[in-house]
Design a protein around this ligand. Structure first.
Ligand SMILES: [Zn+2]
Ligand SMILES: [Zn+2]
Length: 329
């Protein structure tokens, strides 16, 4: 089923034509649980990875933080227990979990895994994006596949979020595939995406208002302040799409904007991928796809960035070989 962003409640460029100069496109991914294969674009799905290429690990043990650690087996089991509990009639007495289920989750919580973050940690697939599916795909000439992986524990040097790695390929040049990628012995319970197929949809975005020239920002703020609670607002309804997306702009509402300059050459970086804790912001969010039940949970991918924030991955526009950077907002 396609996913469709409802039309914006008003055309902001009719009121502020100069916004057209501060506009770009983004591809909302609309990830939904499924069974993607290596030939599909996906979130949390299997990667088209050559057998003769070593699976990457993060050996940055000094930056690893021991928060929310669990194992893949324990996390899969936890999700199974919670799904079973949600699908059944309430238990006698109104408890959500049985005594046995509660005991199993408590035992998993009690595992002491801290030592494991001292070793190199195999990376986890976050997204695999084929150029043919993603209107806002960006990558070196001759590539048609972007693979995003991360080290699935908090990094003290990455705003206490996962460290992101980007790989580009020409899928037609990939021969025999790696059959069973190594799995991390330890992960944070917030950083394992549920395998999802994607439903890419291109939308138009307008820049975060604090990044406008002063005059435009002031006039826009004045207009926004004059809007009642039930009217559309620039930041929440008219500028930036929530959820997982490729391209577009970052929403700097947590810290206010700060420069994202390439560590290799100093150039201002470009947003390439947004990982979001929810795919939209609650029942009354104007960005919720038309096809979704209004009461559906936007927590679809099973990834949480901090307290419901987003992780923004940036690339250098000068060279795809320069290192990516991330911001949490
Ligand atoms: Zn790491
Ligand atoms: Zn650079």
């Amino acid at each position: 089923m396609v996913r469709t962003t409802p039309p914006r409640p008003l055309d902001i460029t009719a009121l502020f034509p100069e916004l057209r100069e501060h506009s770009t496109t983004a591809t909302r991914l609309h990830p939904r649980p499924g069974a993607p294969t290596v030939t599909d674009s996906s979130v949390g799905g299997p990667l088209l990875w050559p057998a003769d290429e070593v699976w990457p690990v993060c050996d940055d043990a000094g930056a690893h933080e021991p928060w929310g650690l669990t194992t893949l087996a324990a996390l899969h089991r936890r999700r199974e227990i919670l799904a079973t509990a949600e699908a059944r009639e309430p238990l006698p007495g109104g408890d959500f979990l049985t005594v046995e289920e509660r005991a199993e989750l408590d035992a998993a919580d009690a595992l002491d895994l801290d030592d494991l973050i001292e070793d190199p940690i195999p990376l986890v697939p976050v997204a695999q994006l084929y150029r043919r599916d993603i209107p806002d795909y960006a990558g070196p000439d001759g590539t048609d596949l972007l693979q995003v992986l991360w080290c699935p524990v908090d990094h003290s040097d990455r705003h206490y979020s996962p460290r992101v790695f980007l790989y580009w390929r020409d899928s037609s040049a990939v021969g025999p595939l790696l059959e069973a990628p190594p799995e991390p012995p330890v992960i944070s319970d917030m950083y394992l995406p549920v395998p999802c197929v994607v439903h890419p949809e291109q939308v138009r975005e307008y820049q975060y208002s604090d990044l406008f020239p002063d005059d435009l920002r002031e006039r826009l703020d004045e207009w926004d302040d004059g809007q009642g609670d039930s009217r559309p607002h620039y930041q929440s309804d008219l500028s930036l799409a929530p959820g997982w997306k490729v391209g577009g702009y970052a929403n700097w509402s947590l810290t206010d904007p700060y420069p994202m300059d390439c560590a290799g050459c100093g150039t201002t970086m470009t947003l390439i991928l947004t990982v979001d804790s929810g795919d939209w912001n609650g029942m009354h969010c104007s960005w919720r796809p038309s096809e979704e039940n209004p009461t559906a949970s936007p927590d679809i991918v099973g990834v949480q960035i901090g307290r419901g924030y987003s992780l923004y991955a940036f690339r250098c526009p000068e060279s795809f070989d320069h290192p990516p950077a991330t911001a949490v907002q």
